[in-house]
Write a protein that binds this ligand. Structure first.
Ligand SMILES: C[S@@+](CC[C@H](N)C(=O)[O-])C[C@H]1O[C@@H](n2cnc3c(N)ncnc32)[C@H](O)[C@@H]1O
Length: 194
């Protein structure tokens, strides 16, 4: 419960910061002023590993992380599974952090990082989506998700796609946060919640 409150507060700060950015930016606009106050909450590395395991990433997958933060999910996927991956974020500070992480891991041939509003991204090339976004953002993505290929897998950290029934739902305790984290797995076509 405490963790949820922390996440909610951190998210509120992030959203306030992001509204400022969005108001002045266009996709891939590097002239955007950095959002110094944008605190983002990353997925702990052990939860990232479990998400990638649950969604059964394969070498021929193309994984998109929508709101990639510091790039830890796309880099972890490329390092462990050698799949291609693309991370999208609207915050230029996160783009710089992600690109640095990609370079440090030596996976530049597999991973691309793009500064874009996730609600304007064509999701068609992806076979796996990873999401750690507020439920209302997940809901807003549904029209884009519904255009994706049948069989596409989606794995969400902590916040489900509320109107739809997950194929699997698990809770793991992270050693990093010492708290439980929920993971939801979906497969297209999405099935309405029972
Ligand atoms: C909670 S963080 C998750 C980061 C990463 N996926 C992870 O799990 O560690 C959410 C990220 O979404 C980004 N974000 C929020 N709204 C966005 C939008 N409309 N377009 C692109 N990125 C967005 C934020 O900048 C933030 O980095």
């Amino acid at each position: 419960m405490l963790r949820f409150h922390f996440a909610a507060i951190a998210w509120s700060v992030t959203i306030v910061g992001l509204f400022t950015t969005v108001a002045h930016s266009t996709a891939d606009d590097r002239s955007v002023e950095p959002v110094e106050s944008a605190i983002t909450v990353p997925t702990p590395d052990d939860v990232v590993a479990k998400m990638l395991d649950l969604v059964k990433v394969k070498k021929d997958d193309v994984l998109y992380d929508l709101g990639c933060g510091d790039g830890r999910i796309v880099v972890a996927a490329a390092v462990k599974y050698r799949c291609r991956a693309v991370g999208f974020d609207i915050n230029p500070l996160k783009i710089d952090q992600s690109r640095e992480r990609v370079k440090q891991a030596g996976v530049q041939s597999l991973v691309r990082i793009e500064q874009k509003d996730i609600f304007k991204v064509d999701l068609a090339p992806a076979t796996v989506l990873t999401l750690y976004l507020l439920p209302e953002m997940n809901d807003q993505l549904v029209p884009q998700i519904q255009k994706m290929k049948a069989g596409t897998r989606i794995v969400c950290h902590d916040f489900p796609i509320e109107a739809f029934q997950p194929e699997q739902r698990i809770t793991i305790k992270s050693v990093e946060t010492d708290a439980p984290h929920e993971i939801f797995l979906y497969r297209l076509p999405l099935k309405p919640r029972k």
